[in-house]
Design a protein around this ligand. Structure first.
Ligand SMILES: Cc1cc2nc3c(=O)[nH]c(=O)nc-3n(C[C@H](O)[C@H](O)[C@H](O)COP(=O)(O)OP(=O)(O)OC[C@H]3O[C@@H](n4cnc5c(N)ncnc54)[C@H](O)[C@@H]3O)c2cc1C
Length: 352
């Protein structure tokens, strides 16, 4: 077990692959910065690598006061046992009070191993984190400055706040894309602490002979405009309307879970609680009712346009522009209007 250290730091696991820092730890860094400031402690990142440079400096630019760097050739590719061993050793040595991981494939695999070794709690898939006080009914004491770990529960129908006051560190995985990335400050200074890893091939049950990486087909998170279709589109053939509107707007095509389940489009395109969380400049929801689980993944879009034949559809509660009508009539008109506009623009450019 790890001791309760009220002066312990706030840590972010700096997930990287091939020396490239993932987006999630950078997103986490801005939230973790706020938590560390609220507690009056340092913010640190833990970077496990095979020696690819530049990670620590980048983490400092995004808000870390310290970066613990562990370099070892056997840390080149993520493997559960080696990473869990090294992270647990670091946590045991420095006793952070909070450790945060992205709810990525790696984070979801690693964090439970460490929670189990440290006999600590772990809240999965948080959408918000705050610092707060709690008077426990169990021991009748006021526990100050705890990590409030907020996440949807019971199929997304309630938002639960989970605390953990007697098992430390307080640990959570955080959904990708829900925290806003801060701007880096290239002049920021921080401390880099190099730690040694005691690792041998015996710590790695798998020997990697070759790696074949499949590039991610869809990057909804990076899209500035998204056109998403729902069950209301009616069929896979008719989903061509969504692709066409997306094409002429230079947007990424996306979908609700119902549309994915009905086979209109691949799961890679799903937005929502069990899909991707997005925050584009423009989100066009076509034939999507706006269930809470869908809204969980898109409600932070800057502008939302909803097209739905039902004026009572919940999506209209969060839409900035509301079109009540049959998508089979509205969407072709939109495509025609956008195309006509871009032809006019091209003609204007030629005559200039
Ligand atoms: C644990 C859990 C996780 C989930 N995760 C997700 C998730 O990640 N993402 C997600 O999207 N959902 C998720 N869901 C499912 C979610 O609850 C809804 O069932 C789903 O979002 C509904 O998709 P939809 O809006 O496309 O379909 P529907 O709810 O069936 O809505 C279709 C809409 O189309 C409209 N419509 C129909 N015909 C037309 C027309 N001709 N013109 C215009 N409008 C029309 C209808 O009025 C209706 O509003 C999850 C559910 C659970 C329990």
């Amino acid at each position: 077990m790890i001791g309760v250290n009220r002066q312990g730091e706030v840590w972010v696991f700096a997930e990287q692959h091939d020396g490239r820092l993932e987006d999630t730890p950078i997103e986490l860094m801005s939230k973790a910065r706020g938590l560390a400031d609220a507690l009056g402690v340092k913010l640190a990142a833990a970077a496990l690598t095979d020696g690819v440079g530049g990670l620590a400096e980048k983490l400092i630019q995004y808000g870390a006061d310290k970066v613990y760097v562990v370099e070892h050739p056997l840390l080149r590719t993520y493997q559960t046992n080696s990473y869990a061993k090294v992270m647990y050793d670091l946590i045991h040595k420095y006793e952070p009070q909070i450790v945060l991981y992205g709810a990525t494939v790696t984070g979801r695999d690693l964090a439970p191993r460490i929670a189990s070794a440290a006999k600590a709690g772990l809240t999965a898939d948080c959408t918000d984190l705050q610092i707060g006080d709690h008077e426990s009914a169990k021991d009748k004491q006021l526990h100050k400055n705890l990590l409030f770990q907020v996440r949807p529960a019971f199929g997304g129908n309630i938002i639960a706040t989970i605390i953990n006051y007697d098992r430390w560190p307080q640990m959570a995985t955080v959904r990708e894309g829900v925290m806003r990335m801060a701007e880096p400050d290239v002049n920021r200074k921080g401390e880099i602490i190099k730690e040694k890893a005691e690792l041998s091939q015996h710590d790695l049950p798998l020997e990697i002979l070759a790696e074949h990486k499949q590039p991610r087909k869809v990057n909804l998170k990076a899209a500035r405009i998204i056109v998403a279709g729902g069950a209301g589109v009616g069929g896979k053939d008719n989903f061509k309307l969504i692709w066409d509107l997306a094409n002429c707007l230079g947007a990424a095509p996306a979908a609700s879970r119902a549309a994915v389940d009905l086979g209109f489009i691949d799961h890679d395109h799903q937005v929502g609680q069990t899909g991707t969380t997005v925050r584009p400049n423009l989100y066009v929801a076509v034939g999507i009712s706006g269930a809470i689980q869908h809204q969980a993944g898109m409600s932070q879009s800057q502008k939302i346009v909803a097209i739905n034949s039902d004026p009572e559809a919940p999506i209209f509660q969060i839409a900035h522009y509301k079109v009540v009508g049959d998508l089979n009539v509205v969407v072709p008109k939109m495509i025609k209007a956008v195309r006509a506009r871009s032809v006019k623009q091209q003609q204007a450019e030629v005559t200039e």
